[in-house]
Structures are given as C-alpha cells and as structure tokens.
Design a protein around this ligand. Structure first.
Ligand code: GDG
Length: 464
C-alpha cells in the first residue's frame, strides 16, 4: 500500500475536539502511513520554510508558519474574501484584488517548496480544498511525478459566475495537473465539466475521464460522510445525556427546533429566522408550543462580511423575539458560541426538528450528524435545503427552498405534526445512507480511485 501525504490549509490530527473529517483523514493516514502537511495557524515575522514535525495519536504532522502578509492575502484575502463567496454564488460579496491573487500564488509556491522533500516516489498525494487549487501544478513544476489527487469541499460554481473571477481560466487550468479531482455531488462535477468543455475545449467520457489536449485525468463525485458509529456513540455518552436533559427541561414541554451552523452567510440563517417567523404568524395555535434553538459559533471574525452577518442576525433575532415573546416564552434562542461534540449530540437528540437550510453548501455534515444522533424509536424530522450537497443523498428529508419563507414555514408545520411511523420510516432510510456512506467510505473511495490512476510521465507534465 502506498504512503499517503495529505495536504490541507489546516492540520487537525489528534485531540478530542476533532471533527469527523479530521477523524477520517487521520484514520486514512494511520492505515497508509504518511504525513499530514499544512499551515500551523501561526504567524512568523519572516517565512523560513521550517517544518515542525509532530506525532499525534499515531499520525505524523508537518506544519509551517506563514508571514502576516501571506495570512492577509492568501487566507483572509483570496481564500475567504474571493473564492469562498464566489464558489457559494455570492459574487456580490466576492472581492477581486490582484494582491490577494498574488498572495495566494506565493503561499501555494511556499507550500509546494516546503512539502517537496517530504514526498517519496511511490506516495499518494491528496490535496484538500479551495485554499490549494494550484498546489498540484506547483508540485509538478518541481518535478513531482506521483499520483496527486484533489478534493473540493465546497460547490463548484456555474460557468457564468466563475467567469467573473479574473483568474478563472488560469485557476481551472492549474487543476489539470492532478490525476483525480473529487467533488461532493454530480452537480458540482457537472459545473466543473461545463467550464472545462466550454472554456478549455475538454471532453469527458461516461467514466469521468477528462481529456484536455494531452492531459487526461479523472473526475469523481464522492460525497463526504460522518463517522456515524462514533456520532451515535457520542449521542449515548454521559455528557450527551446530561445535555439532553438540560435542554429538554429548559424547553418545558415545547417542541424544540434546532439549527447548528458556523456563523456564515452561506448557511441561510437570516432566511431561516424569517421562515420561522412566518410559521409563528401563520400558525398562531403553535405559538408557545415551539422554540428555535440556533447555535452559531462565530468564524472568520476578521472579515467584514462576517461581522455584518453577525450584527444582522442579532438584530433580526431581537426583532422577532420582541414582536412575539411573552412573559414565559421567547421564540428564538440564539447562541453565539460553540459546544463540544458530545454536547451537540445531546442537543440534536433533544430536538424534534433539525432545521438545516443553507443557501449553498458543498455537502453539510450537520444534516448527517442530526440523523445519526436520533433515538431510533422516536426520531426527529430533518428539514434540509435543496441547495445543500447533502440533498442528493438525503431525499427522505423534507426538502425546502431556503429562500422561501413559505416553504420553511410549511415544512415546519409538517415536521411538527408528522406521525411517528412516518418519522421512523424516513429516519431509517436516512440513517442507512449515513451509515453506509460514512467518512471512512469516502476516504477509501477517493484513495482507491487515486491509486488506480496511472502515474503521469514527466514529459506530459512539462506541458501544463
Ligand atoms: C465545509 C463545507 C462540507 C458546528 N458548530 C459547532 C461544531 N460544528 C461542526 C458541526 C460540523 C461542522 O462544524 C460543520 O460542518 P459543515 O459540513 O456543516 O460545514 P462547513 O464548516 O462549512 O464545512 C461543507 C464540509 O466542509 C466537509 O466537506 O460538508 O459543505 O462548507 O461537523 O458539528 N462543532 C463543535 N461545536 C460547535 O458549536 N464541536
């Protein structure tokens, strides 16, 4: 079995607070052996390329520090202010600055330069996400002939939106350096194919082999999952049970609706609050019988659009609570902080409705965690946005258009009144999918497909 070199912006091996993705990548690294390489999250006054090697829970990690200018232009800039909004269809929020693009290129060159000595001839190299689109090309330029795969965790935007990015063509061309590119869904894969065939003259066969000039690489849809067993076990833990009781007691017999999201404009939180308000207005009989608990830990606080969404949401929650609350009831409990994963599992289980309504999402793991945490004999109902990648795999959820307050309101009414047999039937089908296509399935499927790709010859690579 080949060794695996995982390269991602941040490295998060070890520790109890790991998310499912980190668990899966750590497991794949333990199985294959190898190294997880990326940014330490720390700043240095001058970039030296010094690698800090550590061994954490059986996984070798290698991290580097970046300069302030790299962090501003590459991470806060191009990754978070340009690519993230554009790839979530928000060209109104995307900032196109040459200095960001330059910083992104420089940081990727630095990552390639420092990762180079870590890569041995037969290793599989697996690059993660939009922070590192050009990394494969930078490695090829330095003579790396290994199989290199890339996985995109966010959507690939429609061709005409992508065209607004000054570097769209160069960025897409740089992806041709990989042997394998993975997307969560067919929809994102097709968007990529559409751009490549219209703008680069590429053709794609039925097995996903893309040919552009002399380059040939494979595209696959490979939806990420969660560690379902681990999550179900978390839901049964002491801490989860304690949290479950606390949350149930605080709801005093009311039906709890839960939302859990990083505070991000892609997650549709304002639209969700408005949909919930519509429900309160249209169903006066349900008023005081329901409570929406929204957990939204802040993220990327240095970026303006994140500060704006935070203050907009606070204003909206305040207005809705002001208009509808009574002496002993507030309609929305909006919590601006994070909780441990076992506590989250308890919150999910205590909630009769999981309200997951992003405007766009590559996949959305909260939807899967909500399902995995339910009581099989009395499960809650998942309401899921049609525009989350997860919707392709989860048709038994109540699928809604997250922009429509009416659809959110109707789905809430239906979820709250849903008979137990129907809840169990829907949940069983959802849980089968969450268990079968879990995060281990995802990483194995990707690494197997990468292993099967032919190693490129040096000659072909020089022409990229
Ligand atoms: C990107 C893509 C894709 C949230 N609040 C707390 C907390 N969380 C955890 C959740 C979940 C994770 O964060 C969020 O994952 P999502 O998948 O929902 O969203 P993104 O962070 O935007 O992730 C997404 C994913 O990559 C994987 O490919 O699915 O589409 O955007 O695990 O539980 N965790 C803890 N406390 C919190 O308060 N501990």
């Amino acid at each position: 079995m080949s060794r695996l070199i995982v390269i991602s912006n941040r490295v998060s091996a070890g520790g109890g607070a790991q998310g499912g993705l980190a668990v899966a990548l750590s497991a794949a690294l333990r199985e294959h052996g190898g190294i997880w390489f990326g940014w330490s999250g720390n700043e240095t006054s001058e970039f030296t390329g010094h690698i800090n090697m550590e061994r954490i829970d059986g996984v070798t990690t290698a991290t580097i520090d970046l300069e302030e200018q790299d962090i501003e232009e590459y991470y806060d800039g191009y990754a978070n202010r340009t690519l993230w909004p554009l790839f979530h269809y928000r060209i109104d929020l995307a900032e196109y600055e040459r200095s960001f693009a330059d910083g992104y290129r420089r940081a990727n060159e630095r990552f390639a330069e420092t990762a180079l000595p870590l890569i041995e001839p037969n290793d599989l190299v697996w690059v993660q996400d939009y922070h590192m689109f050009p990394l494969g090309r930078e490695l090829r330029a330095r003579g790396v002939e290994n199989r290199i795969g890339f996985f995109l965790h966010i959507p690939w935007p429609p061709r005409r939106l992508l065209a607004t990015l000054p570097e769209a063509r160069a960025l897409t061309e740089s992806l041709l350096a990989y042997n394998l590119i993975g997307f969560h869904t067919d929809e994102w894969l097709q968007s990529f194919g559409d751009y490549v065939s219209h703008e680069l003259g590429g053709t794609i066969d039925d097995d996903g082999w893309l040919t552009v000039g002399e380059r040939r690489l494979r595209l696959i849809a490979c939806p990420v999952g969660i560690d379902a067993k681990e999550f179900a076990a978390l839901a049964a833990s002491e801490k989860a049970r304690e949290t479950y009781e606390r949350v149930r007691v605080s709801a005093v017999g009311r039906t709890l609706i839960v939302g859990v999201d990083r505070l991000d404009y892609s997650k549709g939180l304002e639209e969700r609050f408005l949909g919930y308000e519509r429900f309160l207005t249209e169903h006066p009989e349900e008023r005081k019988e329901v409570t929406l608990l929204q957990i939204a830990p802040p993220s990327r606080g240095t970026v303006d659009s994140y500060q704006r969404i935070r203050s907009n949401l606070e204003g909206l929650a305040g207005r809705i609570n002001g208009a509808h609350a009574g002496l002993d009831w507030v309609p929305i409990r909006y919590v601006n902080q994070g909780y441990t994963r076992d506590m989250l599992a308890g919150v999910y289980r205590a909630s009769k409705v999981g309200l997951v309504t992003p405007l766009r999402d590559g996949m959305n793991l909260v939807a899967k965690e909500y399902v995995a945490a339910q009581d099989p004999d009395d499960p809650g109902v998942l309401i899921l946005s049609r525009f989350a990648g997860a919707a392709e795999q989860m048709p038994e959820a109540l699928l809604v258009n997250p922009h429509s307050a009416e659809e959110i309101s109707d789905a809430l009414g239906r979820a709250i009144r849903m008979p137990r047999e129907e809840r169990i039937r829907r949940w069983r089908a959802l849980m089968n999918g969450v268990e079968e296509q879990d995060v281990m399935w995802w990483s194995k499927r990707f690494t197997d497909a990468l292993q099967d790709c032919q190693q490129p010859t040096c000659g072909t690579m020089e022409r990229i």
